[in-house]
Design a protein. Structure first.
Length: 282
């Protein structure tokens, strides 16, 4: 049965507010699964299972699949397709409201090797990426479809127009591969933008263990909250950052970074050096 036929059978209507689009080309799902390099030892989390086109491919290659779907209108189709499949577990809910460690312990207990493969709802792409990056569970690979502009931001070079907090977070947590461009014509309803499949080979160990990823990202986010401002203005006047003005100014000097620079001019190593000096002064 085709996806269009499944839509008619289950009276599915794609919701714009949830960023839902029907992917017409199943070859795209094949490319995603190949990029994930799955084996029977892997347990896979899929966010936004929809009608289960990607789910069915994942189930053929992974040990187990935890398919997560927020929209209850998709669940009858998913339950009919996978309700008796021993390789697939279904969960209806918002993944951002649940700890991944608890979900995995309940639905795929005893696992030891995890990956995430998803056609992500575009409106929450960044929060979902951080939810997996910051989870206590290590996901060796993340393969996701994102808007093309998001892929550009993830891989943007230092100083580029797309360079920002997401670019730095991607470098901090993973090594990025742009796998495949997906034109908007592959979807119904057709979105206004093209998409990309990206692969994140996530780092098992932090790049800057003495700084910590969470603290470093707090510094980065604060710096980019007003990207046209100088670092001095962003980091010494932010109530969210929580560091005394003098401590931040001393950290600039110790890290040998000009506080008159703007955040998009700093590489990740420079942000890490600055965050390190701030942290020791708190």
């Amino acid at each position: 049965m085709t996806l269009q036929e499944l839509c008619r059978k289950y009276h599915v209507r794609f919701k714009k507010r949830l960023g839902q689009n029907l992917l017409l080309d199943d070859n795209i799902n094949r490319i995603m699964v190949e990029a994930a390099d799955l084996s029977p030892e892997n347990d896979v989390v899929e966010v936004g299972a929809g009608l289960g086109a990607l789910t069915s491919r994942l189930a053929c290659h992974a040990g187990r699949v935890l398919a997560i779907e927020i929209d209850p209108s998709f669940m009858p189709c998913l339950e009919d397709r996978f309700g008796t499949d021993e390789h697939v577990r279904l969960f209806r809910g918002d993944v951002l409201n649940h700890g991944l460690d608890k979900l995995l312990a309940e639905y795929v207990p005893g696992g030891s090797s995890y990956k995430m493969v998803s056609n992500l709802p575009y409106y929450i792409t960044t929060p979902i990426l951080f939810h997996f990056w910051e989870s206590p569970v290590y996901f060796a690979r993340t393969v996701v479809m994102v808007q093309e502009e998001v892929a550009f931001r993830m891989g943007a070079p230092t100083g580029g127009k797309d360079y920002g907090a997401l670019s730095l977070a991607t470098r901090l947590y993973a090594e990025l591969d742009i796998v495949h461009k997906v034109p908007r014509t592959c979807f119904r309803p057709q979105p206004k933008v093209d998409s990309c499949i990206v692969r994140l080979r996530n780092r098992r160990e932090p790049l800057y263990p003495d700084v910590g990823n969470v603290f470093l990202m707090r510094v980065i986010r604060t710096a980019f909250a007003h990207r046209r401002k100088t670092l001095r203005n962003s980091l010494t006047r932010s109530g969210d950052f929580g560091a005394p003005r003098n401590a931040v100014l001393d950290a600039f000097a110790a890290a040998d970074i000009d506080p008159g620079r703007r955040p998009q001019t700093l590489a990740l190593d420079e942000f890490a050096a600055l965050a390190r000096e701030v942290k020791v002064r708190l």
